[in-house]
Design a binder for this molecule. Structure first.
Ligand code: ZN
Length: 259
């Protein structure tokens, strides 16, 4: 959290500030700038320029300001606020309350209005002109052929492939477990053990799950969510879920129908 779904909502919120001119930029601590980005460089690059547009690749929000691009990563608890209004109130692992000390980054505009990042646990960061080539295609737009290439010959687990942001971007832990549960695939399967029909199924379910959870309001709105605990059961067949560490992440899955 936040995953692709949340960052897309942040992107939509950021477009409300389009065509405004940046008057000043501030951060709570240099640590919130990604290594290599200096506040003075950031200020020089954007102050006096207009916010042209807001884009997104995976979980990375990209603000085009004049000729510069500011990349914002939201870590585990980051939220975007536009004009003092928080975008999402129901994020897991964080409170909806906004405390002044949790505001990490603020961009002020001529004539008023702000774009700010509130991030209680401070795992996110801001970067000037981020390298976008290190990210795989966005999960919402990846082609079946591309997904096929990712799995074929991969020694990583299915879950490991889907969480690898350099291969496919935007899927986090909650969305991944929900997608695999809906696909009937074990997270521990080797990537290259998937056949063409299974890959096509995952491709279809990635898109439908993102669409559905976006409508419901976030990546924590999956059907598996309320059962992600000890003694939790599969919502379709009632089998007790397994909890397994896969690709370094706690994974909940059904040993009955996820094969
Ligand atoms: Zn099941």
């Amino acid at each position: 959290m936040p995953e692709l779904i949340e960052v897309e909502l942040y992107r939509e919120a950021a477009t409300r500030a389009a065509n405004r001119t940046v008057s000043s930029v501030s951060i709570s601590t240099q640590k919130y700038l990604k290594e290599g980005t200096l506040l003075t460089d950031l200020q020089t690059a954007v102050c006096g320029s207009q916010l042209v547009s807001a884009r997104r690749t995976g979980k990375l929000l990209l603000l085009e300001i004049g000729t510069a691009v500011i990349g914002v990563r939201f870590g585990m608890t980051g939220r975007l606020m536009v004009d003092g209004e928080a975008t999402i109130n129901g994020l897991l692992y964080t409170t909806s309350e906004v405390k002044q000390e949790h505001i990490r980054f603020v961009m002020n505009f001529d004539g008023g209005g702000t774009l700010a990042v509130v991030d209680p646990r401070s795992f996110g960061n801001v970067e000037l002109n981020p390298d976008e080539t290190s990210l795989g295609p966005d999960a919402m737009h990846i082609s079946n052929e591309n997904l096929d290439r990712l799995f074929t010959g991969s020694r990583a687990t299915v879950k490991g492939v889907l969480l690898d942001q350099t291969k496919i971007s935007g899927i986090g832990n909650l969305l991944c477990d929900e997608i695999l549960w809906r696909s009937g695939l074990s997270p521990t399967r080797a990537g290259d053990s998937l056949n063409a029909e299974e890959i096509e199924r995952v491709h279809r379910i990635i898109r439908s799950t993102i669409g559905l959870l976006t409508k419901r309001g976030g990546s924590h709105m999956g059907d598996l969510q309320s059962e992600r605990h000890r003694n939790g059961v599969c919502p379709t067949d009632g089998t007790q879920l397994e909890q397994t560490k896969v690709a370094g992440r706690t994974s909940w899955w059904c040993p009955e129908h996820q094969l």
